[in-house]
Design a protein around this ligand. Structure first.
Ligand code: F6P
Length: 537
């Protein structure tokens, strides 16, 4: 199916020609009720899409495209456990992990909910034991440090959420994350810690990932170097994985293993056992709150007509800019320090899912797919890259995320933070014309530099305050936004073959770095880099 040949696509192309020079200022000028019409309130979220370059007609045409691409059926297929990850032959059921209704969900004819509940119970028992100081190190001391060793989806989700929910977390435990194979990462993390008080969570879906297994072996040497008894491993290591055999071979007793399943994609796994560090940090109740939030947004996505469906609408607005305005990137700008790592988390979620150029028919796509995702917490970004968003030559649609209440109120900090958020979206949309500057008596020669074209689109998402429930809703919102876009681009969003080639080549190069023989068979650049290393190591 060629998406760009669809009548719905061509209608959007025509509509784009009518819209491309329309200013957001005009859209607001023509309709005093625009904010009301283009904002939604649901599940404790207020989502304002009015500062986008869209009209009712744009929405209608985009929804037409979504229907033509079978989005409603695709949503049903995902939730019902169809093997929609066809290139890996797997169902995609992260939604079952937070299915608070406990309605059966079938994979290959088997209801997976009892196993999901059992895994959650095991996590809850273990987390409680660690939090209460009942889980002791081999030397009999309480655990003070939890170090999660994992990478990609086995790192970014728990690392992001542990920071996002830090306000709700136990301050008696230090939760750290080691992901990079660079020895500096684990060295610096272990530096100030005692093996007696440290518990490692080795998190890897496959339990074969080079970075994770190398760091895990180093951690094991560190622990055994201290205790000098193999039995110590049982008190200081647990595993989160789908691969029991490899966990056993590493030396971790399967009774200290927390399972998940191949129908949970790595980047969609934080509500599985991969969330163990989160549950240890914030406790079972807060973790349940997080699941509750995910579930609420899952239900909203599944049950709400496309016209009022928040993840669908945000996904479609993304398509509008990506494919018609040819925007190359999308900024995530959380005005909350706790959400500092949301952009990094969403980079994997979005770019590993939709960074594809072959469609479901095995053909090259005929349009742009996933954008570059980037961002930074407000207000730091304002003093770094906002210049380019305001006055640069590129169109960068941005999502602003903020909360009415601060979790740490202090003087007028929060009011200042929010005034910046609101002001940025206003400045980006409305800009400042040369005439306005003239009327203010600005020096003629500076007018071109000081004027702002505006018409730079933003979406703002607000909630009363950052809670586990709201965080779950936000993450699930973005997961489903990504899904929506993948369906429209007709690509497989749940595989990641693009990470393979580099891994294979690194495997071939590794022995060459150790061997003295200098007959390298790469291209001249790669050969020179390897030779440079050998001369200077
Ligand atoms: O980067 C590729 C990838 O496969 C991710 O999709 C995944 O989250 C990460 O590696 C880690 O994989 P694992 O959990 O199997 O160690």
């Amino acid at each position: 199916m060629d998406l760009t040949a669809l009548m719905e696509w061509r209608n959007l192309e025509r509509h784009f020609l009518e819209m491309k020079d329309v200013h957001i200022k005009e859209l607001f000028g023509n309709d005093p009720k625009r904010a009301e019409k283009f904002s939604m309130e649901a599940l404790g979220l207020y989502v304002d899409i009015s500062k986008n370059r869209i009209t009712e007609e744009t929405k209608r045409l985009l929804i037409g495209l979504a229907r033509a691409m079978g989005l409603e059926q695709a949503i049903d297929d995902m939730f019902s456990g169809k093997k929609i990850n066809e290139t890996e032959g797997r169902a995609v059921l992260h939604t079952a992990l937070r299915n608070r209704s406990h309605r059966p969900v079938y994979v290959d004819g088997k209801d997976v909910m009892p196993e999901v509940d059992k895994a959650l119970k095991k996590m809850a028992d273990f987390s409680a034991a660690v939090r209460l100081g009942e889980w002791k190190g081999f030397g009999g001391k309480k655990i003070k440090n939890i170090i999660n060793i994992g990478i990609g989806g086995s790192d970014l989700g728990p690392a992001f959420v542990c920071e996002a929910l830090k306000y709700y977390s136990s301050r008696n435990l230090d939760i750290c994350f080691v992901s990079n194979i660079d020895p500096t990462h684990i060295t610096e993390t272990l530096m100030d810690k005692s093996p007696e008080e440290t518990l490692f969570v080795i998190a890897s879906k496959t339990f074969t990932t080079q970075e994770t297994m190398t760091n895990a072996r180093t951690a094991k040497e560190w622990v055994l170097g201290h205790f000098r008894e193999n039995k110590a491993v049982a008190s200081h290591f647990v595993a989160v994985s789908t691969n029991e055999k490899a966990v056993r071979e590493f030396g971790i007793d399967p009774k200290n293993m927390f399972i998940f399943w191949d129908w949970v994609g790595g980047r969609y796994s934080l509500t599985s056992s991969i969330g163990l560090p989160i549950m240890i940090a914030v406790g079972q109740d807060n973790f349940s709150g997080l699941l509750e939030g995910f579930f609420k947004m899952d239900c909203h996505f599944h049950d709400t007509p496309l016209e009022k469906n928040i993840p669908v609408l945000l996904g479609l607005i993304g398509i509008w800019y990506n494919n018609f305005f040819r925007a190359q990137s999308h900024a995530i700008l959380p005005y909350d320090q706790y959400l500092r790592r949301f952009p990094a988390y969403l980079q994997q979620a979005d770019m590993e899912s939709n960074g594809k150029s072959v469609n479901k028919d095995g053909k090259r796509v005929t349009c742009q797919t996933g954008p570059v995702i980037w961002g930074e917490a407000g207000t730091n970004g304002q003093h770094a890259f906002y210049q380019l968003i305001h006055q640069g030559t590129k169109l960068i649609p941005a999502d602003f995320i903020g909360f009415a209440k601060s979790l740490n109120p202090r003087g007028d900090h929060h009011q200042k933070l929010l005034s910046n958020l609101f002001a940025q979206t206003e400045a980006l949309a409305f800009g400042k014309s040369e005439n306005e500057l003239k009327n203010e008596g600005e020096e003629e020669r500076l007018i071109p530099y000081k004027s702002f074209t505006g018409n730079r689109p933003t979406t703002t998402i607000m909630a009363e305050k950052l809670t586990p429930v709201i965080l779950g809703e936000l993450i699930s919102l973005y997961e489903h936004k990504i899904f929506t876009q993948g369906v429209i681009w007709n690509i497989y969003s749940f595989d990641q073959w693009g990470v393979q080639l580099g891994k294979v080549l690194a495997g071939l190069i590794l022995p060459e770095l150790f061997c003295e023989d200098d007959k390298l068979k790469h291209d001249s650049s790669t050969n020179s880099l390897i030779e440079y290393y050998k001369k200077n190591k």
